[in-house]
Design a protein around this ligand. Structure first.
Ligand code: CA
Length: 183
């Protein structure tokens, strides 16, 4: 598993890199947004950990370029900014998860592992308990309570058996029984 860390604060990047290397991940580091974008285009990463406030290109701009290039690589945003508006903005721009500094390495590791687990799963159409799911491409629509509807994309869920759908509103809705199958 190869991870790209885009972070300009040396203390943070060293802390993250050391921890990930100890978990046997291969880690590349970029100290600015432009280098991060160039590395992301050049190599096939399994995950990108991306700071927002970066010299050169901002993390938000790097993320938009990655998604515009049709890359589905999981992206975990790392930032000191923690307002709900920022979170929604970056989830809409295609981030898979979001961690606010300061953070414990153990929490980062849990999220990294969850992103790797989610990357190999796909939601399929069907009915589970009161929930009816229609999956078309990466668009997931869930109907419940008669005709109540949630729209989501298939890159928003996290684990088999426990599924979190990032909705158009500002919340994650969890369904324990939604079936996820291996891709
Ligand atoms: Ca920074």
């Amino acid at each position: 598993m190869r991870i790209l860390v885009v972070e300009d604060e040396e203390k943070v990047s060293r802390f993250v890199t050391r921890g990930l290397a100890a978990e046997r991940f291969a880690v590349d580091v970029a100290r600015d947004g432009k280098t991060g974008w160039e590395l992301a285009q050049t190599y096939q990463y399994d995950l990108i950990i991306l700071d927002l406030m970066l010299p050169g290109l901002t993390g938000g701009e790097v993320l938009r370029r990655i998604r515009k290039a049709n890359s589905q690589v999981p992206v975990l945003i790392l930032t000191a900014r923690d307002s709900l508006g920022d979170k929604i903005e970056h989830f809409e721009a295609g981030a898979d998860d979001y961690l606010t500094k300061p953070f414990a390495f153990a929490e980062l590791l849990v999220r990294v592992k969850a992103l790797f687990a989610g990357a190999n799963l796909k939601i399929t159409s069907g009915e589970w308990h009161e929930l009816r799911v229609e999956a078309a491409g990466n668009k997931i629509t869930c109907y419940y309570d008669g005709n109540k509807k949630i729209e989501a994309t298939d890159d928003t869920f996290k684990d088999a058996g426990k599924v979190g759908l990032w909705t158009k509103a500002d919340s994650v809705t969890y369904f324990d029984d939604l079936k996820a199958t291996a891709r």
